[in-house]
Unconditional design. Structure first.
Lengths: 448, 166
Protein backbone atom coordinates (compact mmCIF):
# COMPACT_ATOMS: atom_id res chain seq x y z
CA UNK A 1 0.00 0.00 0.00
CA UNK A 2 1.33 3.42 -0.94
CA UNK A 3 1.61 5.78 2.04
CA UNK A 4 -0.46 8.96 1.86
CA UNK A 5 1.35 12.28 1.73
CA UNK A 6 0.30 13.24 5.25
CA UNK A 7 1.84 9.97 6.43
CA UNK A 8 5.14 11.29 5.14
CA UNK A 9 5.04 14.73 6.75
CA UNK A 10 7.29 15.28 9.71
CA UNK A 11 5.81 17.02 12.75
CA UNK A 12 6.92 20.69 12.64
CA UNK A 13 8.59 20.42 16.05
CA UNK A 14 10.70 17.52 14.82
CA UNK A 15 11.65 19.44 11.70
CA UNK A 16 12.63 22.43 13.80
CA UNK A 17 14.80 20.23 16.02
CA UNK A 18 16.51 18.70 13.01
CA UNK A 19 17.11 22.12 11.47
CA UNK A 20 18.71 23.37 14.68
CA UNK A 21 21.60 20.98 14.08
CA UNK A 22 23.08 23.61 11.76
CA UNK A 23 23.63 25.93 14.72
CA UNK A 24 25.72 23.27 16.42
CA UNK A 25 28.04 22.58 13.50
CA UNK A 26 31.31 24.33 12.67
CA UNK A 27 31.65 26.33 9.44
CA UNK A 28 32.96 24.65 6.32
CA UNK A 29 36.77 24.81 6.29
CA UNK A 30 38.61 25.69 3.08
CA UNK A 31 39.33 22.73 0.80
CA UNK A 32 42.93 21.54 0.79
CA UNK A 33 43.37 18.72 -1.73
CA UNK A 34 45.71 15.90 -0.75
CA UNK A 35 49.00 16.49 -2.55
CA UNK A 36 51.87 14.54 -3.98
CA UNK A 37 52.17 11.10 -5.47
CA UNK A 38 55.05 8.86 -4.44
CA UNK A 39 58.15 10.02 -6.25
CA UNK A 40 60.63 7.94 -8.22
CA UNK A 41 63.86 6.65 -6.75
CA UNK A 42 66.61 9.09 -5.95
CA UNK A 43 69.76 7.84 -4.31
CA UNK A 44 72.95 9.68 -3.52
CA UNK A 45 74.61 11.04 -6.58
CA UNK A 46 72.29 9.33 -9.04
CA UNK A 47 69.82 11.24 -11.16
CA UNK A 48 66.35 9.73 -11.19
CA UNK A 49 65.41 7.69 -14.22
CA UNK A 50 62.20 8.68 -15.89
CA UNK A 51 60.38 5.47 -14.96
CA UNK A 52 62.42 4.34 -11.97
CA UNK A 53 65.99 3.21 -11.47
CA UNK A 54 67.92 1.47 -14.18
CA UNK A 55 69.08 -2.10 -13.75
CA UNK A 56 72.64 -0.86 -13.31
CA UNK A 57 71.63 1.39 -10.44
CA UNK A 58 69.77 -1.44 -8.76
CA UNK A 59 72.77 -3.72 -9.10
CA UNK A 60 75.04 -1.12 -7.51
CA UNK A 61 72.51 -0.57 -4.74
CA UNK A 62 72.08 -4.28 -4.10
CA UNK A 63 75.82 -4.75 -3.89
CA UNK A 64 75.98 -1.85 -1.44
CA UNK A 65 73.26 -3.46 0.66
CA UNK A 66 75.31 -6.61 1.01
CA UNK A 67 78.47 -4.70 1.93
CA UNK A 68 76.67 -2.41 4.35
CA UNK A 69 74.76 -5.30 5.87
CA UNK A 70 78.05 -6.98 6.71
CA UNK A 71 79.41 -3.70 8.06
CA UNK A 72 76.34 -2.85 10.09
CA UNK A 73 76.15 -6.38 11.37
CA UNK A 74 79.39 -5.72 13.24
CA UNK A 75 78.03 -2.60 14.96
CA UNK A 76 76.04 -2.80 18.18
CA UNK A 77 72.59 -1.23 17.99
CA UNK A 78 71.95 1.87 20.08
CA UNK A 79 69.18 4.24 20.89
CA UNK A 80 70.22 7.87 20.38
CA UNK A 81 70.28 9.72 23.63
CA UNK A 82 71.17 6.66 25.64
CA UNK A 83 74.58 8.12 26.31
CA UNK A 84 76.52 5.37 24.58
CA UNK A 85 78.03 7.52 21.91
CA UNK A 86 80.62 4.97 20.95
CA UNK A 87 77.93 2.67 19.71
CA UNK A 88 75.97 5.23 17.69
CA UNK A 89 77.02 3.83 14.39
CA UNK A 90 73.75 3.78 12.55
CA UNK A 91 74.87 6.68 10.40
CA UNK A 92 76.20 4.04 8.07
CA UNK A 93 79.24 3.63 5.89
CA UNK A 94 78.32 5.93 3.05
CA UNK A 95 77.03 8.86 5.07
CA UNK A 96 79.26 11.83 4.34
CA UNK A 97 79.96 12.68 7.98
CA UNK A 98 80.62 9.11 8.96
CA UNK A 99 84.03 8.91 7.38
CA UNK A 100 85.73 9.59 10.70
CA UNK A 101 83.99 6.67 12.31
CA UNK A 102 80.82 6.36 14.32
CA UNK A 103 79.12 9.69 15.04
CA UNK A 104 77.46 10.55 18.33
CA UNK A 105 73.91 11.81 18.12
CA UNK A 106 73.47 15.57 18.15
CA UNK A 107 72.52 15.59 21.80
CA UNK A 108 70.14 14.24 24.31
CA UNK A 109 66.95 15.83 25.50
CA UNK A 110 67.73 18.98 27.41
CA UNK A 111 66.30 19.16 30.93
CA UNK A 112 62.84 20.70 30.85
CA UNK A 113 62.61 20.40 27.08
CA UNK A 114 60.83 17.14 26.39
CA UNK A 115 60.71 15.92 22.85
CA UNK A 116 57.21 16.08 21.46
CA UNK A 117 56.35 13.27 19.13
CA UNK A 118 53.88 14.72 16.69
CA UNK A 119 51.40 12.97 14.45
CA UNK A 120 50.16 15.64 12.12
CA UNK A 121 47.23 15.00 9.89
CA UNK A 122 46.00 12.16 12.09
CA UNK A 123 42.43 12.48 13.14
CA UNK A 124 42.25 12.13 16.88
CA UNK A 125 43.50 10.50 20.03
CA UNK A 126 42.35 7.10 18.80
CA UNK A 127 44.60 7.33 15.78
CA UNK A 128 47.45 8.45 18.01
CA UNK A 129 47.14 5.25 20.00
CA UNK A 130 46.75 3.11 16.94
CA UNK A 131 49.95 4.47 15.47
CA UNK A 132 51.90 5.15 18.62
CA UNK A 133 51.13 2.06 20.66
CA UNK A 134 49.59 -0.29 18.16
CA UNK A 135 46.65 -0.97 20.44
CA UNK A 136 43.08 0.01 21.15
CA UNK A 137 41.90 2.81 23.35
CA UNK A 138 39.14 3.97 25.63
CA UNK A 139 37.31 7.18 24.84
CA UNK A 140 35.80 9.37 27.51
CA UNK A 141 34.73 12.84 28.44
CA UNK A 142 34.25 14.82 31.59
CA UNK A 143 32.48 17.94 32.74
CA UNK A 144 35.04 20.28 31.22
CA UNK A 145 33.35 19.76 27.86
CA UNK A 146 30.52 22.03 28.84
CA UNK A 147 32.63 24.95 30.08
CA UNK A 148 31.97 27.90 27.82
CA UNK A 149 33.90 31.13 27.83
CA UNK A 150 34.60 33.72 25.21
CA UNK A 151 37.58 35.60 23.95
CA UNK A 152 36.72 38.67 26.01
CA UNK A 153 37.25 36.61 29.16
CA UNK A 154 40.74 35.72 27.99
CA UNK A 155 41.63 39.28 26.98
CA UNK A 156 40.37 40.64 30.30
CA UNK A 157 42.33 38.07 32.31
CA UNK A 158 45.45 38.63 30.23
CA UNK A 159 45.23 42.39 30.72
CA UNK A 160 44.71 42.05 34.48
CA UNK A 161 47.59 39.64 34.99
CA UNK A 162 49.96 40.98 32.35
CA UNK A 163 50.31 37.56 30.72
CA UNK A 164 50.79 37.68 26.96
CA UNK A 165 51.99 34.14 26.39
CA UNK A 166 51.92 30.90 28.30
CA UNK A 167 49.54 29.79 31.01
CA UNK A 168 46.65 31.93 32.15
CA UNK A 169 43.83 31.35 34.62
CA UNK A 170 40.53 32.55 33.16
CA UNK A 171 37.29 32.92 35.05
CA UNK A 172 34.50 31.97 32.70
CA UNK A 173 30.89 33.02 33.02
CA UNK A 174 29.36 31.41 36.07
CA UNK A 175 32.63 31.63 37.97
CA UNK A 176 34.18 28.49 36.52
CA UNK A 177 37.97 28.59 36.38
CA UNK A 178 39.58 27.54 33.11
CA UNK A 179 43.31 27.19 32.65
CA UNK A 180 44.28 28.19 29.12
CA UNK A 181 47.55 28.51 27.28
CA UNK A 182 48.22 31.57 25.12
CA UNK A 183 50.21 31.12 21.93
CA UNK A 184 50.04 29.97 18.35
CA UNK A 185 52.45 27.06 18.58
CA UNK A 186 50.89 23.73 19.64
CA UNK A 187 54.31 22.12 19.95
CA UNK A 188 55.32 24.77 22.47
CA UNK A 189 52.05 24.07 24.27
CA UNK A 190 52.91 20.38 24.43
CA UNK A 191 56.39 21.20 25.75
CA UNK A 192 54.98 23.56 28.41
CA UNK A 193 52.37 21.01 29.41
CA UNK A 194 55.06 18.29 29.59
CA UNK A 195 52.95 16.09 27.31
CA UNK A 196 55.30 14.25 24.98
CA UNK A 197 52.72 13.17 22.43
CA UNK A 198 50.65 15.34 20.16
CA UNK A 199 48.25 14.84 17.32
CA UNK A 200 47.81 18.03 15.37
CA UNK A 201 44.70 18.10 13.24
CA UNK A 202 43.70 20.57 10.62
CA UNK A 203 40.62 21.91 12.34
CA UNK A 204 42.13 23.94 15.12
CA UNK A 205 42.34 21.10 17.60
CA UNK A 206 45.15 19.01 19.01
CA UNK A 207 45.38 15.97 21.24
CA UNK A 208 48.17 16.12 23.82
CA UNK A 209 49.21 13.54 26.32
CA UNK A 210 51.46 10.71 27.35
CA UNK A 211 51.50 7.08 26.33
CA UNK A 212 48.81 6.49 28.97
CA UNK A 213 46.25 9.18 28.28
CA UNK A 214 45.70 12.07 25.89
CA UNK A 215 43.28 14.99 26.06
CA UNK A 216 41.79 17.19 23.38
CA UNK A 217 42.63 20.89 23.17
CA UNK A 218 40.92 23.43 20.97
CA UNK A 219 41.96 26.95 20.09
CA UNK A 220 40.01 30.15 20.44
CA UNK A 221 40.96 33.47 18.87
CA UNK A 222 40.17 36.40 21.11
CA UNK A 223 38.96 39.83 19.96
CA UNK A 224 42.46 41.15 20.65
CA UNK A 225 43.93 38.53 18.33
CA UNK A 226 45.31 36.21 20.99
CA UNK A 227 45.12 32.47 20.45
CA UNK A 228 44.09 30.58 23.58
CA UNK A 229 44.17 26.80 23.87
CA UNK A 230 41.97 25.00 26.36
CA UNK A 231 41.31 21.39 27.18
CA UNK A 232 37.81 20.27 26.29
CA UNK A 233 37.61 17.32 28.64
CA UNK A 234 37.40 14.78 25.83
CA UNK A 235 40.10 12.22 26.40
CA UNK A 236 41.41 8.87 25.27
CA UNK A 237 43.14 6.36 27.50
CA UNK A 238 45.16 3.30 26.59
CA UNK A 239 43.10 0.13 26.68
CA UNK A 240 43.89 -2.59 29.16
CA UNK A 241 46.49 -4.97 27.90
CA UNK A 242 48.00 -2.40 25.56
CA UNK A 243 51.68 -3.14 25.18
CA UNK A 244 53.91 -0.21 26.11
CA UNK A 245 55.49 1.62 23.23
CA UNK A 246 58.70 0.01 22.12
CA UNK A 247 60.38 3.34 21.54
CA UNK A 248 59.88 6.19 23.95
CA UNK A 249 59.91 9.77 22.69
CA UNK A 250 63.21 10.45 24.43
CA UNK A 251 64.76 7.90 22.09
CA UNK A 252 64.49 10.55 19.41
CA UNK A 253 66.65 12.73 21.68
CA UNK A 254 67.53 16.36 21.38
CA UNK A 255 64.75 17.59 19.12
CA UNK A 256 61.82 19.88 19.72
CA UNK A 257 59.40 17.72 17.84
CA UNK A 258 59.42 14.72 15.55
CA UNK A 259 56.69 13.79 13.12
CA UNK A 260 56.79 10.36 11.53
CA UNK A 261 54.61 9.81 8.48
CA UNK A 262 53.88 6.45 6.85
CA UNK A 263 56.68 4.91 8.91
CA UNK A 264 56.91 2.66 11.89
CA UNK A 265 58.60 4.29 14.84
CA UNK A 266 61.62 2.04 14.36
CA UNK A 267 61.96 2.95 10.69
CA UNK A 268 61.45 6.61 11.53
CA UNK A 269 64.16 6.51 14.15
CA UNK A 270 66.54 4.68 11.85
CA UNK A 271 66.07 7.21 9.06
CA UNK A 272 66.52 10.08 11.50
CA UNK A 273 69.71 8.53 12.85
CA UNK A 274 71.14 8.28 9.37
CA UNK A 275 70.36 11.89 8.53
CA UNK A 276 71.61 13.07 11.91
CA UNK A 277 74.81 11.14 11.41
CA UNK A 278 75.35 12.91 8.11
CA UNK A 279 74.63 16.40 9.45
CA UNK A 280 74.45 16.47 13.26
CA UNK A 281 74.40 20.26 13.32
CA UNK A 282 71.01 20.26 11.58
CA UNK A 283 69.28 18.55 14.50
CA UNK A 284 69.09 20.39 17.80
CA UNK A 285 66.71 21.05 20.69
CA UNK A 286 64.95 23.86 18.83
CA UNK A 287 64.39 21.91 15.64
CA UNK A 288 61.16 20.40 14.35
CA UNK A 289 61.66 17.32 12.23
CA UNK A 290 59.41 15.48 9.83
CA UNK A 291 60.32 12.09 8.41
CA UNK A 292 57.96 10.56 5.91
CA UNK A 293 58.20 7.61 3.58
CA UNK A 294 57.51 8.28 -0.07
CA UNK A 295 55.66 4.96 -0.17
CA UNK A 296 51.96 5.18 -0.84
CA UNK A 297 49.42 5.24 1.96
CA UNK A 298 48.95 1.48 1.53
CA UNK A 299 52.67 1.03 2.34
CA UNK A 300 53.40 -0.46 -1.06
CA UNK A 301 56.85 0.87 -1.74
CA UNK A 302 58.24 1.22 -5.21
CA UNK A 303 61.82 0.06 -5.55
CA UNK A 304 64.07 2.77 -4.19
CA UNK A 305 61.42 4.66 -2.29
CA UNK A 306 62.98 7.20 0.04
CA UNK A 307 62.34 8.68 3.43
CA UNK A 308 62.12 12.44 3.13
CA UNK A 309 63.35 14.35 6.16
CA UNK A 310 62.90 18.04 6.82
CA UNK A 311 64.60 19.73 9.78
CA UNK A 312 63.37 23.21 10.56
CA UNK A 313 64.70 25.43 13.35
CA UNK A 314 62.25 27.32 15.52
CA UNK A 315 61.78 30.87 14.29
CA UNK A 316 62.75 30.03 10.73
CA UNK A 317 61.91 32.66 8.18
CA UNK A 318 62.34 31.00 4.81
CA UNK A 319 63.13 27.86 2.88
CA UNK A 320 66.85 28.60 3.18
CA UNK A 321 66.58 27.68 6.86
CA UNK A 322 65.18 24.24 6.09
CA UNK A 323 67.60 21.32 5.96
CA UNK A 324 66.31 18.55 3.73
CA UNK A 325 67.49 14.98 3.40
CA UNK A 326 66.55 11.93 1.42
CA UNK A 327 67.32 8.62 3.06
CA UNK A 328 67.02 5.31 1.25
CA UNK A 329 64.07 3.12 2.06
CA UNK A 330 64.15 0.82 5.11
CA UNK A 331 66.26 -1.69 3.19
CA UNK A 332 68.67 0.96 2.00
CA UNK A 333 68.97 3.09 5.10
CA UNK A 334 72.64 3.83 4.65
CA UNK A 335 71.99 5.97 1.58
CA UNK A 336 71.56 9.59 2.55
CA UNK A 337 71.65 12.69 0.45
CA UNK A 338 71.22 16.27 1.55
CA UNK A 339 69.02 18.14 -0.84
CA UNK A 340 67.19 21.44 -0.92
CA UNK A 341 63.87 22.16 0.68
CA UNK A 342 62.16 22.75 -2.62
CA UNK A 343 63.03 19.18 -3.67
CA UNK A 344 60.91 17.78 -0.88
CA UNK A 345 57.24 17.04 -1.43
CA UNK A 346 55.16 20.04 -0.47
CA UNK A 347 53.19 18.10 2.08
CA UNK A 348 56.36 17.09 3.94
CA UNK A 349 57.24 20.74 4.27
CA UNK A 350 53.71 21.53 5.25
CA UNK A 351 53.91 18.97 8.04
CA UNK A 352 56.64 20.93 9.77
CA UNK A 353 55.58 23.73 12.12
CA UNK A 354 53.93 26.68 10.43
CA UNK A 355 55.47 29.91 11.64
CA UNK A 356 54.20 33.44 11.70
CA UNK A 357 55.65 35.30 8.78
CA UNK A 358 56.00 38.92 7.78
CA UNK A 359 53.66 39.82 4.98
CA UNK A 360 54.83 41.85 2.01
CA UNK A 361 53.49 45.24 3.05
CA UNK A 362 53.97 48.89 2.22
CA UNK A 363 56.74 50.49 4.26
CA UNK A 364 54.52 53.25 5.62
CA UNK A 365 50.85 53.96 6.14
CA UNK A 366 48.94 55.20 3.09
CA UNK A 367 48.59 58.97 3.16
CA UNK A 368 46.44 59.69 0.11
CA UNK A 369 42.90 58.63 -0.62
CA UNK A 370 42.47 54.96 -1.37
CA UNK A 371 42.12 54.50 -5.13
CA UNK A 372 38.95 53.02 -6.47
CA UNK A 373 40.25 49.83 -8.08
CA UNK A 374 38.89 46.78 -6.31
CA UNK A 375 40.09 43.24 -6.09
CA UNK A 376 37.82 40.59 -4.63
CA UNK A 377 38.47 36.93 -4.00
CA UNK A 378 39.22 34.21 -1.51
CA UNK A 379 42.08 34.75 0.90
CA UNK A 380 44.75 32.13 0.40
CA UNK A 381 48.17 31.63 1.89
CA UNK A 382 51.10 29.40 2.49
CA UNK A 383 54.18 29.94 4.62
CA UNK A 384 56.11 28.20 1.87
CA UNK A 385 55.15 30.71 -0.80
CA UNK A 386 56.93 34.03 -1.00
CA UNK A 387 53.59 35.76 -1.48
CA UNK A 388 52.63 34.42 2.00
CA UNK A 389 49.03 35.61 1.66
CA UNK A 390 47.22 36.48 -1.53
CA UNK A 391 43.75 36.96 -2.93
CA UNK A 392 42.45 34.83 -5.76
CA UNK A 393 45.51 34.35 -7.92
CA UNK A 394 46.99 37.80 -7.35
CA UNK A 395 49.98 38.57 -5.20
CA UNK A 396 49.16 41.39 -2.81
CA UNK A 397 51.24 44.09 -1.19
CA UNK A 398 49.29 44.58 2.00
CA UNK A 399 48.75 47.81 3.92
CA UNK A 400 51.40 48.84 6.42
CA UNK A 401 51.21 46.96 9.71
CA UNK A 402 49.29 43.91 8.50
CA UNK A 403 50.65 40.49 9.48
CA UNK A 404 49.83 36.86 8.78
CA UNK A 405 49.93 33.83 10.98
CA UNK A 406 49.26 30.16 10.44
CA UNK A 407 47.40 28.45 13.28
CA UNK A 408 47.57 26.21 11.27
CA UNK A 409 45.42 27.86 8.58
CA UNK A 410 46.10 31.42 7.56
CA UNK A 411 44.78 34.33 9.56
CA UNK A 412 45.18 37.89 8.33
CA UNK A 413 45.77 40.25 11.25
CA UNK A 414 45.33 44.01 11.19
CA UNK A 415 47.75 46.41 12.92
CA UNK A 416 45.49 46.55 15.97
CA UNK A 417 45.66 42.77 16.35
CA UNK A 418 42.20 41.96 15.05
CA UNK A 419 41.77 38.96 12.76
CA UNK A 420 40.45 40.49 9.54
CA UNK A 421 39.98 37.27 7.58
CA UNK A 422 40.83 33.62 7.60
CA UNK A 423 41.93 31.33 4.81
CA UNK A 424 39.09 30.86 2.34
CA UNK A 425 37.19 33.97 3.44
CA UNK A 426 36.10 36.36 0.73
CA UNK A 427 38.17 39.53 0.91
CA UNK A 428 37.64 42.89 -0.81
CA UNK A 429 40.75 44.97 -1.40
CA UNK A 430 40.85 48.62 -2.41
CA UNK A 431 43.91 50.01 -4.19
CA UNK A 432 45.58 49.47 -7.54
CA UNK A 433 48.14 47.42 -9.44
CA UNK A 434 51.75 48.14 -8.53
CA UNK A 435 54.68 48.43 -10.92
CA UNK A 436 56.43 45.38 -9.46
CA UNK A 437 57.71 42.71 -11.87
CA UNK A 438 55.12 40.19 -10.84
CA UNK A 439 51.50 41.34 -11.12
CA UNK A 440 50.85 42.57 -7.61
CA UNK A 441 47.84 44.37 -6.25
CA UNK A 442 48.79 47.15 -3.85
CA UNK A 443 46.10 47.26 -1.22
CA UNK A 444 45.37 50.40 0.76
CA UNK A 445 42.21 49.00 2.33
CA UNK A 446 41.00 45.54 3.29
CA UNK A 447 37.27 44.85 3.55
CA UNK A 448 36.37 48.50 3.28
CA UNK B 1 24.88 25.47 -24.42
CA UNK B 2 26.25 22.62 -22.34
CA UNK B 3 27.14 23.53 -18.78
CA UNK B 4 30.71 23.01 -17.59
CA UNK B 5 30.94 20.03 -15.28
CA UNK B 6 31.25 21.14 -11.66
CA UNK B 7 34.71 21.12 -10.15
CA UNK B 8 35.40 19.08 -7.05
CA UNK B 9 36.03 22.25 -5.10
CA UNK B 10 32.62 23.57 -6.12
CA UNK B 11 31.02 20.31 -5.01
CA UNK B 12 32.90 20.57 -1.73
CA UNK B 13 31.73 24.11 -1.11
CA UNK B 14 28.16 23.26 -2.06
CA UNK B 15 27.83 20.05 -0.08
CA UNK B 16 30.34 19.94 2.75
CA UNK B 17 27.71 21.15 5.16
CA UNK B 18 25.16 18.60 3.89
CA UNK B 19 27.63 15.76 4.46
CA UNK B 20 28.68 17.14 7.85
CA UNK B 21 25.04 17.51 8.92
CA UNK B 22 24.20 13.97 7.85
CA UNK B 23 27.20 12.57 9.75
CA UNK B 24 26.39 14.66 12.82
CA UNK B 25 22.79 13.49 12.87
CA UNK B 26 23.77 9.88 12.42
CA UNK B 27 26.61 9.90 14.95
CA UNK B 28 25.35 12.47 17.44
CA UNK B 29 28.85 13.81 17.90
CA UNK B 30 30.19 16.92 16.15
CA UNK B 31 33.83 15.87 16.41
CA UNK B 32 33.24 12.45 14.91
CA UNK B 33 31.05 14.04 12.26
CA UNK B 34 33.82 16.44 11.29
CA UNK B 35 36.22 13.51 10.99
CA UNK B 36 33.78 11.60 8.81
CA UNK B 37 33.13 14.59 6.57
CA UNK B 38 36.85 15.22 6.12
CA UNK B 39 37.48 11.56 5.36
CA UNK B 40 34.54 11.36 2.98
CA UNK B 41 35.75 14.31 0.93
CA UNK B 42 39.30 12.99 0.85
CA UNK B 43 38.04 9.70 -0.57
CA UNK B 44 35.67 11.46 -2.90
CA UNK B 45 38.50 13.65 -4.19
CA UNK B 46 40.60 10.60 -4.95
CA UNK B 47 37.75 8.95 -6.86
CA UNK B 48 36.85 12.19 -8.67
CA UNK B 49 40.45 12.73 -9.74
CA UNK B 50 40.64 9.17 -11.07
CA UNK B 51 37.53 9.65 -13.19
CA UNK B 52 35.27 7.71 -10.83
CA UNK B 53 33.15 10.66 -9.82
CA UNK B 54 29.39 10.87 -9.63
CA UNK B 55 27.31 10.03 -12.67
CA UNK B 56 24.46 12.29 -11.51
CA UNK B 57 24.24 14.95 -8.84
CA UNK B 58 27.23 14.93 -6.50
CA UNK B 59 25.24 15.04 -3.24
CA UNK B 60 23.81 11.48 -3.24
CA UNK B 61 27.20 10.14 -4.28
CA UNK B 62 28.93 12.02 -1.46
CA UNK B 63 26.34 10.79 1.03
CA UNK B 64 26.92 7.19 -0.04
CA UNK B 65 30.62 7.62 0.76
CA UNK B 66 29.83 9.30 4.07
CA UNK B 67 27.31 6.61 4.94
CA UNK B 68 29.93 3.86 4.58
CA UNK B 69 32.22 5.77 6.92
CA UNK B 70 29.39 6.26 9.41
CA UNK B 71 28.67 2.54 9.36
CA UNK B 72 32.37 1.88 9.95
CA UNK B 73 32.16 4.15 12.98
CA UNK B 74 29.14 2.24 14.26
CA UNK B 75 31.12 -0.99 14.03
CA UNK B 76 34.08 0.61 15.74
CA UNK B 77 31.94 1.93 18.56
CA UNK B 78 31.07 -1.63 19.46
CA UNK B 79 34.77 -2.22 19.99
CA UNK B 80 35.39 0.92 22.01
CA UNK B 81 34.33 1.06 25.61
CA UNK B 82 33.35 4.46 26.92
CA UNK B 83 34.72 5.59 30.22
CA UNK B 84 31.97 6.41 32.70
CA UNK B 85 31.11 10.07 32.88
CA UNK B 86 31.92 11.69 36.19
CA UNK B 87 28.61 11.63 38.05
CA UNK B 88 26.69 12.71 34.99
CA UNK B 89 28.27 16.12 35.39
CA UNK B 90 28.62 16.58 31.67
CA UNK B 91 24.92 16.24 30.99
CA UNK B 92 24.05 18.32 34.04
CA UNK B 93 26.45 21.03 32.96
CA UNK B 94 25.16 20.86 29.42
CA UNK B 95 21.58 21.18 30.61
CA UNK B 96 22.48 24.09 32.86
CA UNK B 97 24.29 25.76 30.02
CA UNK B 98 21.09 25.89 28.02
CA UNK B 99 22.90 26.24 24.71
CA UNK B 100 21.14 24.98 21.59
CA UNK B 101 24.30 23.18 20.61
CA UNK B 102 24.12 21.00 23.68
CA UNK B 103 20.36 20.54 23.58
CA UNK B 104 20.37 19.17 20.09
CA UNK B 105 22.85 16.41 20.96
CA UNK B 106 20.78 15.41 23.97
CA UNK B 107 17.63 15.40 21.82
CA UNK B 108 19.37 13.26 19.21
CA UNK B 109 20.31 10.75 21.90
CA UNK B 110 16.64 10.58 22.93
CA UNK B 111 15.64 10.13 19.30
CA UNK B 112 18.16 7.30 18.95
CA UNK B 113 16.56 5.57 21.91
CA UNK B 114 13.09 5.90 20.36
CA UNK B 115 13.60 5.07 16.68
CA UNK B 116 15.61 2.35 14.92
CA UNK B 117 18.65 3.47 12.99
CA UNK B 118 17.16 3.21 9.49
CA UNK B 119 14.03 5.13 10.45
CA UNK B 120 16.16 7.91 11.88
CA UNK B 121 18.32 7.90 8.78
CA UNK B 122 15.40 8.37 6.42
CA UNK B 123 14.20 11.31 8.54
CA UNK B 124 17.63 12.89 8.40
CA UNK B 125 17.84 12.51 4.63
CA UNK B 126 14.27 13.69 4.00
CA UNK B 127 13.69 16.70 6.23
CA UNK B 128 15.54 19.25 4.12
CA UNK B 129 13.76 18.11 0.95
CA UNK B 130 16.92 18.52 -1.13
CA UNK B 131 16.97 14.85 -2.14
CA UNK B 132 14.30 13.05 -4.12
CA UNK B 133 12.97 9.74 -2.84
CA UNK B 134 14.94 8.05 -5.62
CA UNK B 135 18.14 9.74 -4.46
CA UNK B 136 17.48 8.82 -0.82
CA UNK B 137 16.97 5.27 -2.03
CA UNK B 138 20.31 5.46 -3.84
CA UNK B 139 22.01 6.45 -0.59
CA UNK B 140 20.25 3.85 1.56
CA UNK B 141 20.08 1.02 -0.95
CA UNK B 142 16.28 1.12 -1.24
CA UNK B 143 13.70 1.68 -3.95
CA UNK B 144 11.76 4.97 -3.91
CA UNK B 145 8.67 3.16 -2.66
CA UNK B 146 10.78 1.50 0.01
CA UNK B 147 11.93 4.95 1.12
CA UNK B 148 8.32 6.16 1.41
CA UNK B 149 7.29 3.07 3.39
CA UNK B 150 10.21 3.47 5.76
CA UNK B 151 9.45 7.17 6.18
CA UNK B 152 5.82 6.41 6.89
CA UNK B 153 6.82 3.98 9.63
CA UNK B 154 9.21 6.56 11.07
CA UNK B 155 6.51 9.25 11.18
CA UNK B 156 4.10 6.84 12.90
CA UNK B 157 6.79 5.88 15.39
CA UNK B 158 7.41 9.55 16.15
CA UNK B 159 3.75 10.02 17.02
CA UNK B 160 4.18 7.43 19.75
CA UNK B 161 6.89 9.59 21.32
CA UNK B 162 5.30 13.01 21.92
CA UNK B 163 8.12 13.90 24.30
CA UNK B 164 10.39 14.24 21.24
CA UNK B 165 8.16 16.99 19.81
CA UNK B 166 8.36 19.23 22.84
Amino acid sequence: MTPRDDDLSLPPAIEARLRSIDDALPPTPPWHPPTEEPRPLRVAGVRPASRGPSAAVLLVVLAAVVVAGVWLGRQPAVVPGSGDASASATAGASAPAASDGPTAPAGTTAPGRPVVEVLRGADDGDSLYARRNGCGSLVGADAATAIVFDGDDVDRAAAETGVDAGWLEVTAEGGQAVRVWLGTDPVALAVDAATPLAVIGGRGDVWLGSTERVGRWVSLTTPAGRVAWWQTGNSVAAAEGCAPARVTPVAFGGLRSITCGRLSLDACKSALDVARGAAPEAFGPDVDVVAESSCGPNNRCAAGATVDIAAVPAGWTGLDDVRAFEVGDPLLMFVVRETTADALPAHVLALVGRPSLPLPTFAAPSTGACRLARREGALQGSPWDERVAWVGTSAVRWPFGFTARFVPDLELVSPDGAVIAREGDSVVLGGGWTTEDRPTFGACSVNG
Amino acid sequence: MAEDPPTFEAAYRAHHRDVLRYAALMLGDPDEAADVAADAFTRAFSAWRDGRGPTGRPLPWLLVIARRLVLDRYRRRRLVRWLPLVGGERLAAAAADGATANEVWIWLAELAAALPERQREVLFLRFRRDLSDEEIGEVMGLSASGVRSLLSRAVHALREHPELSR
